[in-house]
Design a protein around this ligand. Structure first.
Ligand code: GDP
Length: 365
């Protein structure tokens, strides 16, 4: 059955006597969307196009799409959580996309498993591009039946992208993807955001012109479970090995993670495949260890809790900013702050008091 006849088929039972669920269904149909069950069934069958369409709904700013998306995510929740979630960060050019291709190939060809690749990209608003947009580095995965690649949405605030990526990850798991790789460039808060949604966090680094490491931000080392020095091939093998030792030494100075896992340093080549299998073994060892000491289930619960907090904060901000009275006062108060007529703190508090009085709720003391 094609999409149009399926839509017509689904419309019939609704006819008269509209129930609330049917109202949603009708609203979605009128906008060319299908009911939530359609996406859920497709996803549970492992249908990649249903999965892609459902993620598009997740990324949509239209209320009717979000409503369907939430139903889809809720229905899929019971079937999610069965994957290894790997976050990958590193400066542009470190070879993240190439390494994802190499890891994905290993997972599919050597381990006979499936892989989904997602991205969190807070820079897209600046660059106008989209991370993973260039699939030339992922030729194998782009054409493999056993892989699903989803570039990041380009029109959201960072928090929004992260929220969408979390939901997309759950849908990928429900669709049967055993491994989910989430890529991010190390900009702003994105590393912390991705760390907060994955089991294992990997930093891709490269050796510099000398043997010093390029582009490792202070603080990121504390978030990672492993650092891999990529491009250990050709003339660069020795420099990469020196860089790996340098990282290993730096990691020794960090306090051991409460998970009991000691972060590791590896060198590999996405080009030649050198040590890519070892890198994946490291991820699997981490998984086995943190499952056996019960840390991973606890981590995921904790991540869920902070996801709830983030959703709440984002939702409150949206409510606040979309209020027309607040909008007009915001402009006026911003001007007064810029003119030095009022302190930033007082202006912020005035807006809050105004919002509280409009909503007749108890405000901060
Ligand atoms: P990303 O920006 O971190 O995703 O990096 P890319 O995967 O796009 O790679 C950036 C550049 O490094 C490209 O020119 C790649 O061809 C090159 N590159 C990636 N991996 C390797 C590798 O293992 N060895 C070598 N020599 N070059 C690599």
């Amino acid at each position: 059955m094609d999409a149009t006849s399926e839509r017509a088929e689904k419309k019939k039972p609704d006819g008269e006597g509209v129930r609330p669920a049917a109202a949603i269904k009708r609203a979605s149909l009128s906008r060319g969307r299908l009911p939530a069950e359609h996406y859920v069934q497709g996803i549970l069958r492992g249908d990649r196009s249903a999965l892609a369409q459902a993620i598009t709904l997740i990324e949509s700013s239209r209320a009717v799409d979000r409503e369907i998306a939430e139903q889809v995510v809720e229905h899929c929740l019971g079937r999610s959580g069965n994957s290894i979630r790997l976050g990958i960060t590193g400066v542009p050019g470190a070879g993240k996309s190439s390494l994802i291709e190499a890891l994905g190939k290993h997972i599919i060809l050597e381990r006979d498993e499936t892989v989904a690749v997602l991205a969190v990209d807070p820079t897209s608003r600046v660059s106008g591009g989209s991370i993973l947009g260039d699939k030339t580095r992922m030729r194998f995965l782009a054409t493999s039946e056993r892989a699903f690649i989803r570039p990041s949405p380009t029109r959201c605030a960072q928090g929004g992208v992260a929220q969408h990526t979390r939901e997309a990850m759950l849908l990928c798991e429900a669709a049967g993807y055993r491994n989910v790789l989430v890529e991010t460039v190390g900009v702003g808060q994105s590393e912390v955001t991705v760390r907060d949604m994955v089991d294992f966090f990997l930093l891709v680094a490269i050796a510099g012109a000398g043997d010093e490491l390029q582009g490792i931000k202070r603080g990121v080392m504390e978030l990672v479970d492993a650092v891999v020095v990529n491009k250990a091939d050709g003339d660069n093998v020795r420099a990469a090995e020196r860089a790996r030792i340098e990282v290993e030494n730096a990691l020794h100075f960090l306090p051991q993670s409460i998970s009991g896992w000691a972060a590791r340093a590896l060198a590999c080549s996405a080009y030649t495949g050198y040590r890519v299998a070892d890198l994946w073994t490291c991820v699997l060892e981490h998984h086995a260890m943190t499952m056996s000491n019960d840390w991973l289930p606890r981590l995921r619960l904790e991540q869920n809790r902070s996801w709830m907090q983030a959703t709440l904060e984002q939702g409150l901000m949206q409510l606040f900013r979309s209020n027309p009275v607040i909008q007009s006062h915001m402009v006026e108060l911003e001007e007064r702050v810029l003119a030095g007529q009022i302190t930033a703190v007082r202006a912020g508090r005035e807006l809050l008091s105004l919002y509280v009085s409009m909503n007749k709720v108890k405000g901060p003391e």
